[in-house]
Design a protein around this ligand. Sequence first.
Ligand SMILES: Nc1ncnc2c1ncn2[C@@H]1O[C@H](COP(=O)(O)OP(=O)(O)OP(=O)(O)O)[C@@H](O)[C@H]1O
Length: 317
Amino acid sequence: MEMVTTAGLTRRFGKLTAVKPLTVDLPAGKVIGLVGPNGSGKSTLIRMLLGLMRPSAGDATVLGAPISAPQRYLGRVGALVENPAFVPGLSARANLMSLARLRGLPNTRVDAVLHTVGLTGRDREPVKRYSLGMKQRLGIAAALLPDPALLILDEPTNGLDPSGIVEIRSLLAQLGTAGRTVLVSSHLLSEIEAICEHLVVIRFGELLYSGPITGLLTSAGQHVDLRAEHDADTLRLVQTLQAQGWQVASNTDGEVRVSAGAQDAAPINRAAHAAGITLRSLSVARDSLEDVFLAMTGDTDQQLMAGRATEARQGAL
Ligand SMILES: Nc1ncnc2c1ncn2[C@@H]1O[C@H](COP(=O)(O)OP(=O)(O)OP(=O)(O)O)[C@@H](O)[C@H]1O
């Protein structure tokens, strides 16, 4: 069963098309990553799915019901879309109790969600004493109160320090094992790729990929990273490799990346040696998903972001 389907779903703001006609199906029971650089339309898409914003064109369904009738599915959807508003002087437990009461949910749900997000034992402390990571966990607890079939989290790791990011990441991985569908957005693929089974990648309103993450990983190539012992030799190293037909993908601060696989490592080393260049390091690695997407678009995120900024400026005129 599909949790979410969209058909030509579009949202414009003036001349800017924040979400270009999007047709995509999100499977049930998986952790789904919605990934794209800042300004790609992730929040706009999520807002449309939650009935918080109307589409300019197209349609979508959530849990089988159209987004034009959100009251038909919102009771079974939990969401964290902005920093949730909690009463800072009250404890986490008291905050959750009042939310549960408002939604007509039994108090037993409060204990259950506190346990799920790992706040049991700290739940009687005032929220104002919580770290950002704990506040975010409390936000997820609030979203889990109705025991939703679909949990939507918009950039839950935003603004967190590395340990907070790890905290939230392991919580999300655990939530995904309960058979629930979790849609989590991030502008950093590296932050969520380890926990997602399915990826939806958008770049500035446009769908780039939707499918299992494994499909992408198997299509990833390899590269060889190497560094000359003396920085002064780097340019000559690049020229030597290019002259012998290898493709140098990048040269950043003396780290030379060659598009090549494990079988090329020894010949590359020999070629450098024959040119009188000693290597300080040489390693073979699989391309990251970022590399795969870069190869798909041919543009870096910075280039795409600059294009988007121009589009937004023109839209404002
Ligand atoms: N209410 C609005 N009015 C005008 N433009 C908007 C509005 N909301 C979003 N936009 C624009 O639409 C584009 C997509 O924004 P959106 O917030 O959906 O992206 P995002 O991928 O969630 O990025 P971020 O992580 O930075 O929020 C951006 O260019 C943004 O400036």
